[in-house]
Write a protein that binds this ligand. Structure first.
Ligand SMILES: [Ca+2]
Length: 325
């Protein structure tokens, strides 16, 4: 005959009128009750203590008792969308930071995702970009197949340190941009505001989710529960820099108005798209077509107009995504 039971004992403290008793009887045959009475006498004090683990098999006569005693693992345990904080004295779980919020312009971009960093706390956080849906082009490019990136879907990248740039030498409106990287980067983002993020993993016709992770996640980002709600951001079709945008518009883009918008940007005309929307070409010689510091730091060039004209002709997106180790 085998009887299973679990006994959990609690603290005993001076000042606590009586100790706690907790006993579970799994079988109907035997009930164990363990009492911990208040300890007092003389000048002695018994402080908080736990009984951890220490269970095992006890046999006698025809009986066997398998009994785990006390609790074993206190603290947070995560799985799927759930977090269990276990134990009598486990530490309080770290609060999730505030989420990033949408770019108030509401306008899509081809090679950037833009969002507003929360200004509510100066605590360090890291910003994760999940690659949910990559380069699913509808309708397809007329000049050839799109590069499939589906094998990278589900991966994440991290937002690197922000740098301030200007729209052009003659129009020094400042903006912040960051590049994606493979490792988490923690900092105080409270003064950044609107942030434009680029990288080889930001491709046209894609969907991303952006999350903000508390500093307590450092080193255990994959299982950490102190994560904000996610903001979903979609990129527009290759070369699509001015409304109408696909998506949500189902039309083939870019059209002639997109090419015209980039000519306006080249001329610094009023109403031209901002850099994060207008930049299409990557750094010369960069195999992944990365939009580097070098590209962001110079005035808008003709290479981006040329890329838009190619896209207008139906030429597919030419760049690939750099893998992380
Ligand atoms: Ca357009």
């Amino acid at each position: 005959m085998t009887i299973h039971s679990t006994i959990e004992t609690r603290q005993s403290t001076i000042g606590n009128p009586r100790g706690r008793i907790l006993a579970f009887c799994v079988s109907g045959f035997l009930c164990f009750c363990v009492s911990a009475f208040a300890q007092s006498g003389g000048g002695y004090t018994i402080k908080k203590s736990t009984i951890d683990s220490g269970g095992g098999k006890v046999s006698g006569g025809g009986y066997t008792l398998n009994g785990p005693v006390g609790q074993h693992d206190a603290g947070p345990v995560s799985g799927g969308d759930y977090t269990l904080t276990g134990g009598f004295w486990s530490p309080a779980p770290a609060a999730a930071p505030d989420p990033v919020t949408p770019d108030p312009s509401g306008l899509g971009k081809t090679r950037f995702v833009s969002f507003v960093m929360p200004a509510t706390s100066t605590a360090e956080t890291a910003v994760r970009v999940r690659l949910n849906s990559l380069h699913h082009v509808v309708p397809p490019y007329s000049g050839g197949p799109s590069i499939p990136f589906t094998s990278l879907e589900g991966q994440s990248r991290w937002v690197g340190p922000p740098t301030q740039y200007v729209e052009s030498g003659s129009n020094p409106i400042p903006f912040y941009a960051s590049r994606l990287q493979c490792t988490a980067h923690y900092q105080d983002w409270s003064t950044v505001g609107l942030l434009h993020v680029t990288g080889s993993a930001i491709t046209p016709s894609s969907i991303y989710e952006v999350e903000n992770l508390a500093a307590s996640c450092q080193g255990s980002e994959a299982s950490c529960a102190a994560v904000s709600a996610a903001l979903s951001i979609a990129t527009t079709r290759w070369g699509d820099v001015r409304s109408p945008y696909n998506p949500p518009d189902p039309s083939v883009q870019p059209d002639i108005s997109d090419v015209s918008a980039l000519v306006d940007k080249f001329r610094n005309a009023p109403g031209a798209p901002i850099k994060s929307r207008a930049i299409l070409a990557g750094a010369p010689g960069n195999a992944f077509g990365e939009v580097t510091h070098e590209v962001l730091n110079v005035d808008f060039g003709f290479s981006h107009i040329s890329a838009c004209v190619d896209a207008f002709r139906g030429v597919p997106y030419p760049y690939t995504i750099q893998a992380c180790p």
